[in-house]
Design a protein around this ligand. Structure first.
Ligand code: GRF
Length: 221
């Protein structure tokens, strides 16, 4: 690992297809990252298989067994302290992080969310987009703050809503686009200085006017 390699921890709860996209991009040489640890709050998360196959250290910190959110967060914090990553990526991590945890790692945690935020924080984003009659749906990556899916936006990718779409078809089409978005966004952190401030997101010392958009060449512009 050279000194320019970004150390990344990835938090998951389920299938881990976005984790897999990061692993594949690291293996192919696109991403100069060390995936230092994968943390799951579920012992049966499918993504743990991808991590173990890739030889990545894994920690399971079951949320179901924790007496409180604070206690669970404390377990995650300890694990992150030991790992000491440059960046924490929430990729399908289906727990809300408490304020103390967010404050402790402020500016270092990013989340992937399947909507064009600020539209549709929370769950059922596909249904909400369809019910609203939106012409486009998409995914966002943002810095994690105390609010739910509320932190400064880093990047987005859009797909059209097609006639006859239902939540399942939208989710199916968005999946591969999210994978490209998560890789491009982590890549951004490997190449440029991306910082969160109360004004928004700064990239190489310039305040972004809005989220960077994923183009067809998998670049954020
Ligand atoms: C993704 O759609 C992500 O946007 C959302 O949860 C899903 C996780 O998928 N937060 P996976 O576990 O990475 O396959």
């Amino acid at each position: 690992m050279d000194s320019g390699t970004l150390s990344v921890a990835v938090l998951i709860s389920g299938t881990g297809s976005n984790l897999k996209a990061i692993i594949d991009a690291q293996k192919s040489g696109r991403l100069n990252v060390d995936i230092a640890r994968v943390i799951s709050n579920k012992a049966d998360a499918g993504g743990l298989v991808f991590a173990r196959e890739a030889g990545i250290p894994c920690s399971v910190i079951p949320s179901a067994d924790a007496p409180s959110r604070e206690a669970h967060d404390a377990g995650i914090s300890r694990c992150l302290d030991e790992t000491d990553p440059d960046l924490v990526v929430l990729a399908g991590y289906m727990r809300i992080l408490g304020g103390e945890m967010v404050a402790r790692f402020r500016g270092k945690i990013i989340n992937l969310h399947p909507s064009l935020l600020p539209k549709y924080p929370g769950l059922d984003t596909y249904r909400k987009a369809l019910d609203a009659g939106d012409a486009e749906h998409g995914s966002s990556m943002h810095f994690v703050t105390e609010g739910l899916d509320d932190g400064p936006l880093i990047s987005q990718a859009k797909i059209p809503v097609l006639p006859g779409d239902d939540p399942e078809s939208l989710a199916r089409r968005l999946g591969p686009v999210e994978h490209r978005l998560v890789v491009a966004t982590v890549e951004l952190f490997t190449r440029r200085k991306v910082e969160m401030s109360p004004d928004g997101v700064w990239v190489d010392g310039e305040l972004s006017a809005g989220p960077m958009m994923l183009n067809e060449d998998d670049q954020l512009v």
